[in-house]
Design a protein around this ligand. Sequence first.
Ligand SMILES: [Zn+2]
Length: 184
Amino acid sequence: MMESTWRSRNVERHRKTARTSYRRNLQYQRERSSEQYYKNRDAILEKRRLDRIADPEKYRSYRLNNIENRRKCSRQWRQAHLVECRVRYKQWVESNRETRRLSMRRGSASRRARKCLAFIEIVDPLIIYVRDKGVCGICHRRVSCEAFHVDHIVPLVKGGKHSYENTQLTHPRCNLLKGIKIEC
Ligand SMILES: [Zn+2]
């Protein structure tokens, strides 16, 4: 009680002392707050999730304004937790095989296209699958959604573009056979 009245009479002074002591014990403070964070991680993340839903605009602008800082922080964190990162990534891959397969595929097609300077747009294999109604563009038979290829109708090396217009759904086998024919 006493303390709080002293505080209320000396707000500025109290603030200053608190700030100095915080700075003096920065390492300790950081450890303590990270300890607190890990202890209440689920609750904190849940609260953030709710805040995000309540005011998405605020969250977005914060993200945009702090993009450099966030990148720096996560880079530092990754460097300090290399092993943990690798383990987590492996776990993530294990439980998200399908997502990862698709994103790797999207990335590698774009990279190939960029190399040939034919990059037009990001082509999503699933959209092509749906658009072509699951039918192979070469042999016109049904293709399984488990294993399919996205073929460039005019090959990239022949100046074709990496775009929805120049792609078709094919069987992996049909696509590879076509590739061999073109190379010959
Ligand atoms: Zn086919």
